[in-house]
Write a protein that binds this ligand. Sequence first.
Ligand SMILES: Nc1nc2c(ncn2[C@@H]2O[C@H](COP(=O)(O)OP(=O)(O)OP(=O)(O)O)[C@@H](O)[C@H]2O)c(=O)[nH]1
Length: 525
Amino acid sequence: MFDSLQDRLGSILNGLTGRGALSEKDVNAALREVRRALLEADVALEVVRGFTDRVRDKAVGAELLKSIKPGQMVVKIVHDELVATLGETQEPIDLNAPAPVVLMMVGLQGSGKTTTSAKIAKRLTDRQRKKVLMASLDTRRPAAQEQLKVLGEQTGVTTLPIIAGQDPVAIASRAKEAGKLGGYDVVILDTAGRTHIDEPLMVEMAEIKARAAPHEILLVADSLTGQDAVNLARSFDERVGITGIVLTRVDGDGRGGAALSMRAVTGKPIKLIGTGEKMDALEDFHPARIADRILGMGDIVSLVERAAENIDAEKAAAMAKKMQSGKFDMNDLADQIRQMQKMGGMGGMLGMLPGIGKMKDQIAAAGLDDKLFKRQLAIISSMTAAERKNPGILKNSRKKRIASGSGTSAADINKLLKMHRQMADVMKAMGKGGKGGGMMGRMVSGLAGKMGLPGGGMGGMPDLSKMDPKEIEALAKAAQGGGGMPDLSALSKGLPSGLGGSGLPGLPGGRGGLPGLSGFPGKKK
Ligand SMILES: Nc1nc2c(ncn2[C@@H]2O[C@H](COP(=O)(O)OP(=O)(O)OP(=O)(O)O)[C@@H](O)[C@H]2O)c(=O)[nH]1
């Protein structure tokens, strides 16, 4: 399964992984090969285009991680994009409805509908202890109802007794009624197929749907038919409305085009895959596992994931050092803001402190949420590299340009600059007198810990109780006024007694550059 694609992608990406540097040209050349490989695997053209475009965008803009070669990064990007294309998460059959839950199986003749119905029935019986009733609605092919009966006997699943001459819609009604009366959890309706989609088939499906009110309509499609399977899914969805797809004969499909295109083209999830003729040859469709199988480079993917985690911790440590030396430019400020965003913004950060979680709504209402960070980041990214390094050179005319470039006002820019100046001052002051990285350093490494990264103290939260009260006081004083950051000294008044202060927070302090932490506890009793 996916063998040929695995071989092709493997050799293309292997050619990249060993190299120390990659140019845009290298990436483009590799992506051309990837594109060809996907097309040869019968992946839909529109899916291939979107896929390679997104990989290119991400690969070109990717932040290079120390200890990771650029090619390895590309492998990870391709992997993630495969997972996204396949649908991200596994979607099980949904049985969340009043019993009996009706599953309607639709598809063309010979796609594996009857076999799959029995496989699903067996799985629900064995794994989920469901009481399942199966009914064949195929009155066209003489042996069809008998075939399901035999499979039912084989798997120990009850089938609806056959009444000769009854039409499909009547059988559907009878099955549902029998399901109700017999206390069944699930009723599976195996509908008739055709060699191709035609009007009578669609009319019949619509009538059965109206009568049986199925909770799931699962299209059974043959993986080996590639793009035809995808087009079939689209047509069935338009006419009948499907809720999911079961792809059969995946065991014989070396190309995988249907599996890869289905979700992106139809928007409907592949829920299960058939991997053989035996009754237990049915597997959940896990996008991440399928991507692993297609790419066969699991080691590299997890290597990059680990490195990305470490880099955050390293960044935090480097930031602490920078702050100590007082070299804190607009790039560093942007990094800080991004860190805060990662933590879920001001609300998210405060939510980690005991007793403050409830204030989140007030913080959001006061506009101190992500929007503020976004505005601040927009301002910084509208500056030139030189301005970011040394914001002191910004003239009023440039401020106006930046304001219009970032959709803000000159006042916003002044606030941000003031905030930066004050933060830099505080860092410098703390760096001189500070020990062990200063408060901000500890805060940063504390936050890193909270994110599950190495280097955090006290379960990751900045351990304010161990901090020198003078340090906090100095920071708070220097931080008053200016800037667009919230003044936490006001917030802290609302902290429960154990954390100092009383009464409700007077939100927002608003003028504070850096959060005024004066109200935080100095030492624990
Ligand atoms: N290798 C393999 N064979 C399968 C799979 N699913 C079904 N088959 C085989 O495909 C053949 C046709 O399956 P059926 O279940 O009879 O197909 P159907 O869609 O019900 O066909 P009609 O009843 O004619 O509409 C059978 O021989 C199955 O054993 C699968 O996942 N892998």
